[in-house]
Design a protein around this ligand. Structure first.
Ligand code: C2E
Ligand code: CA
Ligand code: CA
Ligand code: CA
Length: 274
């Protein structure tokens, strides 16, 4: 038993080592990825439930690694945050997303996710202002999605930054609503333009009673606070029916479309499919 225990330990050790090595390799590869144009943005539509038209597209980052193929953001964004690479990547993607959105019809906005790490860098407001001015995009058509982590640490400083961003004329959305510890409290500290209910609450609809109660409550809350209400992760007609009857403004999910490359999403918008 003893020797097999040690064997297990060694196996674990080897696995850990491989994981560390992969982590390290990704860090190194990421240094050149931006210059080598390996990052791209895919866009997923948010559909307005009243007009049934696309009101916004969320920019979602993809890494097309020359050897490993497409890498999901959940795999590489934490590493980019750890090394600080997310700051430069974030500036690139703000430019790219605004340039792209300027080519869409005026009714279509673009949403960009901001990492809490970007708030630690002094040039965040400047980077957003630059992206707006070089693309000539109407600031009201740029939505910045933040999670409550941004308000959790350095909340005073970050609140000021949010206000500075707001003064540029952009919209601020609270993302992943309901997944954190005190999402509710944060609604009081900053007047968000939009709340996005996390897909975790939609996944077990229509049957999950708790999720249903929460989705209902958030719809009411958002409406009485005058915020646009959005639900992400809608995959079925049943889920859509609930979200619709609760009076949400927008939905996002595979039921309407997966995230698509810029050329494809632009074609769908131009053809009036979305
Ligand atoms: P998120 O901001 O909550 O984005 C929504 C995620 O849900 C996306 O995953 C999207 O593809 C996925 N999704 C959308 N509809 C459905 C659906 O109907 N069913 C299911 N199962 N999933 C759906 P993705 O693209 O893998 O992104 C994961 C996360 O990575 C994002 O979560 C966001 O936190 C982060 N991320 C993505 N792009 C960026 C970026 O440009 N900057 C930063 N800072 N974070 C990003
Ligand atoms: Ca998001
Ligand atoms: Ca989200
Ligand atoms: Ca989410």
């Amino acid at each position: 038993a003893k020797s097999s225990g040690r064997g297990t330990y060694r196996l674990f050790d080897v696995a850990m080592h491989a994981q560390l090595q992969a982590h390290q390799q990704m860090k190194v590869a990421m240094r050149d990825a931006l210059a080598n144009r390996e990052f791209e943005l895919h866009y997923q539509p948010l559909v307005n439930l009243e007009s049934r038209c696309v009101s916004c597209c969320e920019a979602l980052l993809r890494w097309r690694h020359p050897q490993r193929g497409m890498i999901a953001p959940s795999e590489f964004i934490p590493i980019a945050e750890e090394t600080g690479a997310i700051v430069l990547i974030g500036e690139w993607l703000l430019d790219e997303a605004c340039r792209q959105a300027a080519r869409w019809p005026e009714r279509v906005s673009v949403a960009v996710n901001l990492s809490p790490v970007q708030f630690k860098h002094r040039n965040l407001v400047g980077a957003v202002a630059n992206a707006l001015s070089s693309s000539h995009l109407d600031p009201a058509r740029l939505q910045l999605e933040i999670t409550e982590t941004v308000l959790l640490d350095e909340s005073e400083h970050n609140l000021e930054l949010l206000q500075d961003l707001r003064r540029l004329g952009v919209k601020i959305a609270m993302d992943d609503f309901g997944t954190g510890y005190s999402s509710l409290g944060y609604l009081r500290s900053f007047p968000f333009d939009k709340i996005k209910v996390d897909q975790a609450f939609v996944r077990d609809l229509p049957h999950g009673r708790e999720s249903l109660a929460i989705v209902k409550a958030v719809a009411g809350l958002g409406q009485s606070l005058g915020m646009t209400t959005t639900v992400e992760g809608v995959e079925t007609e049943d889920q859509l029916a609930i979200v619709n009857s609760e009076g949400f403004d927008e939905v996002q999910g595979y039921l309407f479309s997966r995230p698509l490359p810029a050329a494809e999403i632009s074609r769908l918008i131009a053809d009036g499919v979305l």
